[in-house]
Structures are given as C-alpha cells and as structure tokens.
Design a protein around this ligand. Structure first.
Ligand code: PLP
Length: 376
C-alpha cells in the first residue's frame, strides 16, 4: 500500500485541474504580450483568471499579482512594505516559513530594517498584548504573521491581528500558503495588506502562486524586464500554471466545508489511533486541537527509539515528514522555538481530500508496529 501523508509539502494535482491546463499547453500557446489573435486569446484567459481569483477573495482584480509561488509572493509583500512603503521595523514570529524569515534576517543584517519577535507560550500561542506593546513602541511597522504554521499546524487569529494592526496604522502581511483553498479568505473584512498563496498546496500545479496586494500600495519589483503584470512582475506569464491555479482554487472553494469536515475526520481518526497505540505520544503545539490548528496537519513527538523512523515508514510505503520539507536534513526552527526536547522524534502527517480512512488506519498500525518492534 502506498500512502501519501505529506500534503503540507505538496498536494497531488487534481485531474480536473490537469484537464483545464492541457489546452493551454497544447493549443493556446501564444505569448500574452503579442498583439495578434494567438496572444490576445491567452491574455484574455489570464485576465479572466485574475477576475475569478479576485472574486473568490472579495478583492479587485488589480490587487492580484501572479508569482512563481509562495516564496516570491512573501518576498514581494515584505519588499513592498520596506522599499516601496518605507517601513523600517518589522514584527514577526519565530514560527514563520523561511520564505519570510530568511528575507527578514537578511534585511536586518543589511540594516534596512529592525526586527522584533512576538512572544509566545510553550504551545506556540502568540501573545497579542506583546504585539500591541511592540506596535506602541514602534510606530509604522510591518507585521508579518502566518495564518497557519506548515510544521505544527498552529492557526493564528488573523482577524484579531488585523484589527490590532489597523488600530496602530501598521501594515499587515499574512502568509496564507497553507490555508488558501482550505479556509475562505475575505479581504473586504480582513484588515490585511498582503496575502501570499501557492497553487501546489491545494491540488494545483507547482511554480505558480499569487500575491494579494491591497490597492494603494505599489508592489516592489523583484524582477526587471518586460512589462508583464502591469509592469510589476517581468517575465512571460506561466499561462498553464495560472489556469491550473485558478481551477484549483475554484474547486477548493466549491466544497470547502465538505473537504474540511472530511479531512478533520481523518485527522481525528489518526489522533485516536495514535493515542491508543503509541505510548508517550505528544502533539506539538496546538496540533491536536480542532479549533486552534489547521485541519490538514497533525504533528506529533514521541520518545526517540530509532534514528531511521522515517525510513522505516517509507519502506511500508508511507510518506510523511519529520518537520517541514524545506528544512529536511537540518533541525527545525519551529520545534526549537516551541522547546520540544531533544531526544524526541517528530513526525508531521498532513492530509488531503484524496486520503482515506483505510490509509490512516494503515499508517497508525505500521507506526505502532515499528515502535513495538524497536521497544521490545
Ligand atoms: N510559506 C509556507 C507557510 C509554506 O508552507 C511554503 C511551502 O512549503 C512556502 C511559504 C513557500 O511556497 P512555495 O514552495 O510555493 O515557494
């Protein structure tokens, strides 16, 4: 049996998404910057995708910029705040993805910004009183806080954080790479200036994403070249990617509540299975709490018995992660920030609508069997 439980790393492409993309790989191949029919028809397709995505988020089409994925969207948001809006102080968390943290650390090193971190407790809950304190003492800041953490699944209250940012006139960027397509984001209600998204996290293709950038902010240019994306993002557009991204988001929104209920049941099944069969299992952060964590992620830690645990699971056909895929092979900054003791093994299980209860039961049984075998 092959069981894929690493959907926070990437999700399989939905067949319907693939079918929507193929005409744009085979037939509609024009360059959208060309003035002739072949170019015009794909240009129109891009603009209608922009409208559809904007409609799903309650945004204006000109607030959506297509990017190569989540990393570029996060980078563009931060550089817009720093280089275009003149922000000199950024408030963030120890739990952000490297797409955010590496850039912020770089900007701090080069002296472009000062950086502050919001305090948190041992479960990773952010101290929003501390956020207010940081905003009082540092007017004109950018706040960069992810909606859900990719390693442990902790959800942050971006509505409340947005309200706090508005109170202190701060810009607010939230990395929604793990939640786009899994939760509804309505930018007419959220007090947010930037949202970052990546199609491959919700059954779309890799190498395409978008940035929502609130009207009135002039997006910073990462690439210099042609006049694509209203001269904001140079380079010939990834048309099949944009079509696939849009189809994937439409499919996700069409049954977001149904998928959520189904996937939460899978997660609950795994929590129950592991709690029964795995002595000493703990759940990282808020991972096991339905109202405080992303329903697609379950992160556990347990006494370390075998350094090759992930390989043992792999031999049974089970694909999971030891943290985030991006940091595999090195220690996780998220688990360190949580204070998870050394000498414990961490596994991240992450689910999608394509997983089944049989797969969950199989994974739980094999993990317990590996443990019993080693512990004996
Ligand atoms: N932000 C988060 C929270 C992620 O989980 C990821 C990818 O794992 C990214 C950003 C980067 O997205 P991409 O791989 O599309 O560049």
């Amino acid at each position: 049996m092959k069981v894929y439980l690493d959907n926070a790393a990437t999700t399989p492409l939905d067949k319907e998404v693939f079918e929507a993309m193929t005409p744009y790989l085979l037939n509609h191949f024009g360059n959208p910057s060309s003035q002739h029919q072949h170019g015009r028809e794909v240009k129109q397709a891009i603009e209608s995708c922009r409208k559809i995505i904007a409609g799903l988020l309650n945004a204006s089409p000109n607030e959506i910029i297509f990017t190569s994925g989540g990393t570029e969207a996060d980078n563009t948001a931060i550089l817009t705040a720093v280089r275009s809006a003149g922000i000199k102080h950024v408030i963030t968390t120890r739990f952000e993805h490297h797409a955010v943290l590496s850039l912020l650390e770089h900007l701090e090193k080069t002296g472009e910004i000062a950086l502050s971190f919001i305090a948190h407790d041992e479960k990773g809950n952010l101290d929003l009183n501390h956020l207010e304190y940081l905003l009082v003492t540092n007017p004109l800041s950018l706040v960069s806080v992810m909606h859900a953490n990719n390693e442990i699944g902790n959800l942050n209250d971006i509505e409340q954080i947005g309200d706090i940012c508005e109170k202190y006139d701060a810009l607010f960027h939230t990395d929604t790479v793990q939640t786009m397509g899994h939760y509804r984001h309505d930018v007419s209600k959220l007090k947010v200036h930037f949202l970052a998204a990546s199609a491959h996290k919700f059954h779309g293709p890799k190498g395409i994403g978008f940035l929502y950038c609130r009207q009135g902010l002039r997006p910073a240019k990462l690439l210099h070249g042609g006049g694509q994306e209203r001269s904001l993002r140079a380079g010939t557009e990834n048309i099949p990617g944009i079509i696939g991204l849009t189809k994937a988001l439409q499919l996700a929104y069409a049954d977001i509540d149904g998928h959520r209920q189904y996937i939460q049941q899978l997660k609950d099944l795994l929590i129950a299975g592991l709690t029964q069969t795995l002595p000493g299992v703990n759940f990282n952060g808020n991972s096991a709490l339905a109202d405080k964590s992303l329903y697609t992620v379950l992160s556990i830690n347990m006494p370390s018995l075998n350094p090759n645990l992930l390989r043992c699971l792999d031999e049974y056909g089970i694909s999971v992660s030891g943290g985030s895929a991006c940091s595999s092979g090195s220690s996780s900054h998220v688990l360190s920030a949580l204070g998870v003791e050394a000498g414990r093994d961490t596994i991240r299980f992450s689910f999608s609508k394509f997983n089944t209860p049989e797969e969950i039961n199989y994974a739980a049984a094999k993990l317990a069997a590996i443990y019993q075998l080693i512990a004996a």
